[in-house]
Ligand binder design. Structure first.
Ligand code: CO
Length: 141
């Protein structure tokens, strides 16, 4: 296992539209995707590009969104997770488990917002930070 590129920082927000304004007007972000729904993940998603990484804005979608509880505790939104790239998601999952970490859900990778498989590792294993591991897109780097 060796840690890859910081792909993005996930930020939960009650309103992607409002959050986009902050990144655009306060920080001058110009490369901002349209938001789109990921019903299976229970979120709306939008990416704000920075020169070396991305901010992933996520807003609840539907009644059973996994970020509803987070926003109940953090009504204005806040940092939700960080996402690192790994070369092989299955190898990364197995190594996380072998090292005693808790992989969330069934542990079967799901297709993330970038179209590559992802897993999430419990914050208790990373000093309180929810960590997303994402297989590096094949065509990207
Ligand atoms: Co993410």
């Amino acid at each position: 296992m060796s840690i890859g590129r910081l792909n993005h920082v996930g930020i939960a927000t009650p309103s992607i539209d409002d959050a986009v304004k902050v990144y655009r007007d306060m920080l001058g972000a110009t490369k901002i995707t349209e938001k789109w729904a990921m019903p299976e993940q229970g979120v709306w998603v939008c990416f704000v590009d920075t020169p070396n990484s991305q901010i992933e804005l996520i807003e609840p979608y539907g009644d059973k969104s996994p970020i509803t509880a987070f926003l109940a505790k953090n009504p204005k939104g806040g940092q939700h997770h960080v996402c690192f790239e790994v070369p092989d998601i299955i190898a990364a999952r197995d190594e996380m488990r072998a090292k005693g970490a808790t992989v969330l859900g069934t542990g079967e990778p799901r297709i993330g917002a970038h179209g590559t498989p992802v897993i999430f590792v419990h914050p208790k294993d990373f000093g309180g930070v929810l960590v997303e591991l994402m297989e590096t897109p094949k065509e990207a780097h």
